[in-house]
Design a protein around this ligand. Structure first.
Ligand SMILES: *[C@@H]1O[C@H](CO)[C@@H](O)[C@H](O)[C@H]1NC(C)=O
Ligand SMILES: *[C@@H]1O[C@H](CO)[C@@H](O)[C@H](O)[C@H]1NC(C)=O
Ligand SMILES: *[C@@H]1O[C@H](CO)[C@@H](O)[C@H](O)[C@H]1NC(C)=O
Ligand SMILES: *[C@@H]1O[C@H](CO)[C@@H](O)[C@H](O)[C@H]1NC(C)=O
Ligand SMILES: *[C@@H]1O[C@H](CO)[C@@H](O)[C@H](O)[C@H]1NC(C)=O
Ligand SMILES: *[C@@H]1O[C@H](CO)[C@@H](O)[C@H](O)[C@H]1NC(C)=O
Length: 366
């Protein structure tokens, strides 16, 4: 029989061929594990300003959207008007260049019980805008990258609708009454303050003290200067991991969590399988991260590359270069970050211990 002769051939195929590759060329339209190289993903843009969506509502089952905006300074007469999202929590991160962001909780603004804040975000700085917060932003430098995390996922449909011209009004240029349908509520009488000194105006620290916040639901902007937020050191599994949240599950009311993990090289131990009840994404910022998702070939990610892992999916990750730093996004509280923090100690330094219990002199252990 034909089948009996072909069977031995099948059995000798290397098991690798049963594994799918993680790498895709663009963002998928449904949710499964994938990796994208820097700059890859669904695109939308014109002129010099480009938006790339490596994670969309469709690709994350609406857990979250990751949106990179690359471009030069936004001309002063072309900045977005002040607005509120009632459902979407929008997070601004300066991956490079400079971005100014203004924000104030809507209720505090209308009752005049809070003060408006603004920060100029330089590389590594973060501004979180909870739903119900008036905000406005402007890119400021020739080569700026604003990395946005929008939760729940799907807000990007607004930008595509806008590009398709659905919001154009032949008389006024822009159909403001069509915006609420897209979770955009303009407040044209909100006046962004212009009195920035040392990259800040309004209360709170900015490179002059810590940005550690209470673990309660945020009702106004969350400002975290690069490395000035809370940090935890996890020493498990033959490596160090510093977890530095930007927004915790508690601050987002369980909607999501976002932050950084800085990971040492694996010492003498293999990284264990992890799973989360939420979708998880890593964006590599420094070094090289190996990610293996159960049933897929290992992928090695470098700066700007992204991996998306759906809920309840087994994966491992490990640093393939010392001091590998990633941004994580979890589509709910109690994600990977919370699991690591629950088994970590509070930590103040941006570095993990370098000595591994020994002292080195000119590279030689003494
Ligand atoms: C998401 O999926 C819907 C339905 O298939 C489609 O209309 C929409 O264009 C997709 N959005 C993006 C950003 O790909
Ligand atoms: C902004 O100003 C520039 C330079 O004057 C002009 O070319 C551009 O059309 C203006 N944009 C808008 C939206 O009015
Ligand atoms: C808002 O409050 C500030 C400080 O309490 C006060 O100076 C200002 O006049 C108030 N503005 C309005 C419009 O009431
Ligand atoms: C933000 O969204 C949450 C969850 O949908 C909702 O319960 C809350 O009322 C919203 N907050 C504001 C200020 O709109
Ligand atoms: C503006 O949007 C509203 C609400 O979606 C719609 O009813 C109206 O027809 C739109 N106007 C124009 C000129 O498209
Ligand atoms: C190897 O790893 C184990 C488990 O983390 C640890 O107990 C042990 O001290 C390590 N040995 C060395 C030589 O680092």
């Amino acid at each position: 029989m034909r089948t009996s002769t072909s069977l031995p051939i099948l059995l000798t195929l290397p098991s690798l061929t049963l594994c799918a590759g993680l790498w895709l060329s663009t963002t998928p339209q449904s949710s499964f594990p994938y990796a994208l190289k820097k700059g890859a993903g669904t695109q939308l843009g014109s002129g010099e300003t480009w938006n790339t969506f490596p994670v969309t509502g469709n690709s994350s089952a609406h857990a979250f959207t990751i949106m990179n905006t690359n471009g030069p300074k936004t001309p002063d007469n072309e900045t977005v008007f002040p607005h509120v999202h009632r459902k979407t929590f929008e997070n601004f991160y300066a991956a490079k260049g400079r971005v100014q962001l203004w924000g104030q909780g809507y209720n505090g603004w209308v009752s005049n019980t809070t003060e408006q804040t603004t920060r100029v975000l330089t590389q590594g700085d973060f501004g979180g805008i909870p739903n119900g917060t008036v905000h406005k932003f402007q890119m400021l430098e020739p080569d700026t990258q604003l990395t946005g995390v929008l939760v729940p996922g799907g807000f990007e449909e607004f930008f595509f609708a806008q590009a398709d011209g659905f919001l154009n009004d032949p008389n006024t240029g822009f159909n403001f009454s069509a915006l609420p349908e897209w979770d955009v509520y303009p407040y044209l009488n909100y006046t962004p303050r212009t009195d920035v000194v040392n990259n800040k105006a309004g209360p709170g620290n900015w490179y002059d003290g810590s940005n550690v916040y209470a673990e309660e639901v945020a009702t106004g902007p969350i400002w975290v200067a690069n490395n000035y937020g809370g940090k935890w050191l996890n020493r498990e599994d033959g490596r160090y991991q510093i977890v530095a949240p930007l927004v915790t599950g508690a601050q987002s009311g369980g909607l999501f969590a976002q932050g950084h993990i800085t990971i040492s090289l694996q010492r003498n131990f293999t990284a264990p399988w992890a799973t989360s009840t939420h979708a998880t994404a890593f964006v590599v910022e420094e070094g090289q991260l190996a990610v293996t998702v159960d049933g897929y070939e290992k992928a090695s990610l470098i700066g700007g590359d992204i991996v998306f892992i759906p809920p309840e999916t087994k994966f491992t990750y490990e640093a393939e270069a010392e001091f590998t730093k990633v941004m994580y996004v979890s589509g709910g509280g109690e994600g990977l970050d919370a699991m690591l923090i629950s088994r970590a100690e509070s930590w103040t330094s941006a570095f993990y211990p370098r000595d591994q219990g020994s002292i080195f002199k000119r590279g030689v252990k003494i």
